[in-house]
Ligand binder design. Structure first.
Ligand code: SAH
Ligand code: DHB
Ligand code: MG
Length: 225
């Protein structure tokens, strides 16, 4: 949906930054290519955003990461590469085909032992993780169906602890937060999540706007308190 608003200058600068600063390794490049080869949508985070996730995992000292929305594992690999030896990442994906492609990419990245891909609607997986009584997650990345963004924020609080870092992708959605008629499916979900973030007693957050290969968008960053 973003192509028509993507300015060439943004993309050229992003490519320059990717090559000069971010330089994704072969496993990451393979993840993007494999998604294209499999006919999956090119909706993984931009490389500079992936590297930001990697840095945020490092900065927070996270050992347990939860991801909602795997696709081909591009963001998964960025985050798993930042984990310590005993780190674990659980990622939720409801399309088995996406999970298969991601599994191959994660294994090829040498991260197979750290990453668990759970297939099914994320709301069911999150409820299962809760009832299993797992250790709290230190870092949560939300990037799946936008209708459930507010519910995913609530789950991030419930499955986290004070100090857990939460990142929510697609928080601006080409400005649809001000004009839901642009996208009547996703915009209301994003707006609902931002309203919740602004008033949630256990979330302290902000939103950063972005431009580049993924058009005009942004991400929310929050701390569980
Ligand atoms: N985080 C990925 C991109 C995820 S795209 C990256 O940056 O590389 C969104 C993914 O969420 C898609 O693979 C889609 O199949 C999945 N998804 C959509 N709705 C879902 C749901 N209800 N439960 C779990 N996964 C879902
Ligand atoms: C879409 C989903 C995303 O998570 C994203 O970052 C960009 C686009 C989409 O469903 O169109
Ligand atoms: Mg996204």
């Amino acid at each position: 949906m973003f192509e028509h608003k993507t300015q060439p200058g943004w993309v050229k600068v992003e490519n320059f930054l990717t090559e000069s600063v971010v330089h994704p390794d072969e496993a990451l490049q393979r993840a993007v290519q494999s998604a294209a080869d499999a006919g999956m949508p090119p909706i993984e985070v931009a490389p500079n955003a992936g590297k930001l996730l990697n840095l945020l995992v490092q900065l927070s000292g996270a050992r347990r990461v939860l991801e909602i929305g795997t696709l081909a594992g591009f963001s998964t690999i960025w985050m798993a590469q930042a984990l310590p030896d005993d780190g674990r990442l659980v990622t939720c994906e409801y399309l088995p085909k996406h999970a298969d492609v991601a599994r191959a990419n994660v294994d090829a990245a040498g991260l197979g032992g750290k990453v668990e891909i759970r297939i099914g609607p994320a709301l069911e997986t999150l409820a299962a993780l809760h009832s299993e009584g797992q250790e709290p997650f230190d870092f949560v990345f939300i990037d799946a169906d936008k209708e459930n963004d507010a519910a995913y924020l609530e789950w991030a609080v419930r499955l986290g602890r004070p100090g857990t870092v939460v990142v929510l992708d697609n928080a601006v959605w080409e400005g649809a937060v001000l004009d839901p008629s642009v996208d009547r499916v996703n915009a209301p979900g994003i707006i609902g999540a931002l309203e919740l973030l602004g008033k949630h007693p256990h979330l302290d957050g902000t939103v950063i706007q972005t431009v580049g290969s993924k058009g005009w968008d942004g991400f929310a960053l929050a701390l569980v308190r």
